[in-house]
Unconditional design. Structure first.
Length: 277
């Protein structure tokens, strides 16, 4: 059940920045003519787009603008990545955009696309490139790429940097990487930090950690039960505790009482369990 969170909101942050970087400062004065817009000539050929994608996934206006506007080209790449899940084509568009103007946004997106393709060496290279260009968001992506390539020590190094740069999503991923190197106390520590940041998935990961590694099925039950009726249903939680973790009803009941009565749990499930059903 342990899982590393793939942080998609970095893409949302980056796409917003496209709208900011796309705006040019058009300086003018009362006695001067308005300056002509500077056109950027790409060094790569513009990738083709299927006719059936135009105005369904990709605006025709974006396609025309992408001839000289790197931000429009990046948005087309984003559509290929997030709408069509065609990461190869997305990468072509990001590289085409980069041939006009290299940006941290493009490098972030390419890091993510290469991670989705499981090409972690390329993902790492592009994440580092994004960081060199000033991206703080790429710190977590780089840590995730190292985790995916099973280099957990390096993963921890970069995810800590992400956390130090105020990325709250880093905490759960630190818990995951620490668990993979067998440092369960640090894994427990970081999952609990993630829980304080209202990360419901961290409850699930911590429950698994207690069950599989720390051998404390009361706490395993408590952390699973606490998030019933949030993003997890009661039936799904009880199925995992009973069928997957093989925890008996009397221990599950103790876990229910622990989460109900302990200040260790920021949220609590106060409904009935109906363990005999």
């Amino acid at each position: 059940m342990n899982s590393v969170k793939i942080v998609i909101n970095i893409l949302i942050i980056a796409i917003i920045s496209l709208n900011l970087t796309a705006c040019e400062d058009n300086k003018s004065s009362n006695n001067k003519k308005e300056e002509k817009e500077v056109k950027i000539t790409p060094s790569l050929s513009m990738p083709n787009v299927k006719d059936e994608y135009i105005n369904k996934y990709i605006k025709l206006s974006q396609l025309y603008a992408a001839k000289t506007d790197p931000s429009a080209a990046t948005k087309i790449g984003y559509a290929y990545s997030e709408e069509l899940k065609d990461y190869d084509k997305a990468i072509k568009w990001y590289k085409y955009s980069n041939s006009m103007k290299p940006t941290e946004v493009n490098s972030n997106y390419m890091c993510y696309a290469y991670q989705m393709k499981k090409n972690y060496d390329e993902a790492i290279n592009w994440c580092k490139n994004a960081i060199d260009l000033g991206s703080k968001e790429a710190l977590l992506l780089l840590g995730n790429a190292y985790a995916d390539s099973k280099n957990y020590e390096e993963s921890i190094k970069w995810i800590k940097k992400a956390y130090e740069n105020n990325n709250p999503d880093a905490a759960i991923n630190l818990g995951y990487s620490y668990s993979k190197i067998g440092d369960y106390k640090n894994a427990e520590k970081w999952y609990k930090i993630a829980i304080k940041n209202d990360d419901f998935e961290a409850y699930k990961n911590l429950s698994t950690l207690y069950n599989e590694k720390l051998k404390d099925d009361v706490k395993a039950s408590a952390y699973a039960i606490a998030v019933i009726d949030t993003k997890y249903t009661k039936s799904s939680v009880l199925r995992v505790l009973k069928d997957d973790m093989k925890i008996p009803n009397n221990i599950i009941q103790k876990g229910y009482e622990l989460q109900l009565n302990s200040d260790e749990f920021p949220i609590k499930y106060k409904g009935k369990l109906d363990l005999d059903e």
